[in-house]
Ligand binder design. Sequence first.
Ligand code: GTQ
Ligand code: FE2
Length: 334
Amino acid sequence: MGSVLEEFYAELERRRLVALWRVVRGLMPSQPQSRFLPHLWRWKDLRALATSAAELVVVDRAAERRVLGLENPGVPGSCAATPTLWAAVQILLPGEVAPAHRHSQGAVRFILQGEGAYTTVEGEKHVMRRGDLVLTPSWLWHDHGNVGQEPTIWFDGLDIPLVATLDASFFEQFHEHAQPAGEAPNHRWSYPWTETAPALMRRGEGDATPFDDLALQYVNGSGGPVLPTLACWVQRLRPGVYTRAHRHVSSAVYVIFEGSGFSVLGGERFGWGPGDMFAVPPWTWHEHANPSSEREAILFSIQDTPVLQALGLYREEAYEAHDGRQPVTREFAG
Ligand code: GTQ
Ligand code: FE2
């Protein structure tokens, strides 16, 4: 029956063709229209559910990692916190070894709780203590063990969604459960908190930035980001600090290491405390505040900035109205 035009569109579909004028606004919006939403995951829930996972699931070749990923509520089924970033909590019990493997996805771990765990990266053993950052760059063998007395919980950040979009995933299991491991005297793939904390505390008034207060990037030997796809930062919000808002096309996931405060993400106020994690999607206004009169707040974050920069797509914008602070229209209830 249909009109000539309808028949034309049907023929396009049969020939696997698409008429740009019917899809262009969605494909090429005037600015990013992310389906990803700002969201916060509470430490209380993360720790409780990780602990349940530890009771219910053993770590072996069937379930190689006991990991709970933060899935963005704006994109159910995405297995992603932001368009490019996988963020997760991983728990390992005393005596357990998560088997050795390697993959094209790059990983970072930021340790939150427990003593006595280590990650072996290419045969080098890196201890994991609270506040340490341990890297597993693309395609390097890695296994995790816990030789301590208590469960260890850490934050995982990976570029899984990016690699999935690019269909560039490779994965291999090591021929043994664990790698033969030696010491790692030169910390090639780790940044101990014992070095990070003093560097962060040495920052003062003169180093403050309007959007992040006192922030430090973890850098590689050449001063670049820790991974080609992912940058890591740690920042101190001094007591009473209320940063200005900005937005950028890069996305991020934050982990609260110490202190409490709130962030305003796309007009919504997210209160946070130790262990909470939140996602900032691309092109979302965000600012952070530490209303405490005496306590510092310390935030760790992963950012996909290197990807956007490498591709010539990076943009950022400062929020100019209202003294650089967003009006709060909602309070996050989750
Ligand atoms: O610990 O090797 O969160 O391979 C996701 C994939 C952790 C890991 C994750 C992984 C790992
Ligand atoms: Fe892995």
